[in-house]
Design a protein around this ligand. Sequence first.
Ligand code: PLP
Length: 414
Amino acid sequence: MSWLNEFDDRLAALDAQSLRRVRRAVLPEPGARLSVDGVSLLAFCSNDYLGLAQDPLLRQAVHTAVDRYGVGSGASPMVSGHSVANAALEGELAQAVGLPRALYFYAGYATNASIVPALVGEGDALFSDALNHACLIDGARLSKATVHRYAHGDLARLDALLAASPARRKLVISDAVFSMDGDVADIAGLHALCERHDALLLLDDAHGFGVLGPQGRGALAAAGLSGPGASPRVLYMATLGKALGVAGAFVAGPERLVEWLLQKTRSYTYATAAPALLAEAVRAGLRCVLGTEGERRRQHLRALVAQLRAGLAPGAHAALDAAGWALLPSDTAIQPLLIGDNAAALDVMQRLREQGLWVPAIRPPTVPLGTARLRIALSAAHQADDVELLLSALRHAAAGRAQALAAAPQGVHA
Ligand SMILES: *Cc1c(COP(=O)(O)O)cnc(C)c1O
């Protein structure tokens, strides 16, 4: 029998572990709502933290850009795909994050998966936080460097690993904001270790750029490591499909490192450049992020985060206390509610969905085994009433689950 038949069993095994993922085709609606199969759901699953993905200014920028540039870029940036719009965006991104130079990529995953192998290779050493995003992990694998994984945020361990490594070239890679936990890395601490051990630091600020730091300039600016005193040993990467509301990514840093990446990053050289219409949309998003409207949205988002955390704090509600779900410590828009068991997380997701809310259950391998969670993502597109709805739906789901478990106590998870 052909081994291809095994794929049926392998898919069935995913079902048995509540690990099968399904997609839903969505249609955006005003506010933070999505129409899914004709049903309107209040969504807490988007990384569009500032509500820019539906913004009229960005839409207008795209309309104008289409008339000027057309649709596709036609080639790699190394050939003729590097539009004047993309070039202008790179200058504005570098200035926004306070670093000498930036390189604009069509996607964040491809950026990390290929800048890491451009920086280090066989015989070199990589140091990676255990909760790093998959694309940093894949970049590490592709690089063939020796990978040292340290427990999440354990800088003492990182210090020891750096000290023990005989490699001459050392690269530390870390999410700046951890995508499934919402906590912020100790960037000053990481940088100090890199100074001590002559290492280079690569930070992935996919979830911080646009929302953290002065004027939303990101986690590096928040840590005081950008601008005139920018470090020669930091590369800063961020994506443009989250708070910036569009798509794509960039990496910024010292001139010689960015020039090296321009020469040696395979996903830059061998991929079609991002279309100018997207670059123009990002430029419009960036103007918003850096201006008073961005500030207003960030303030609103912070208020929603505080409102949600107060409503989920221990003692806020008996049914929630009894459920034993743990709200992870985070002050970013990512507010994970730890449930533990895969099936239980899916059950709570389903109970919320029945109440018209979409909060995704995140399961392994995206998160460690036994730490399935609801990843609540807040956005400036939400209103205080939306957060109130979520809190009330969570209380209702907790009470409903308690009832179901009491009715069938024998090994029932779902
Ligand atoms: C989303 C994300 C990426 C990937 O970026 P895309 O532009 O979506 O490919 C990279 N790193 C982190 C931490 C992310 O959350």
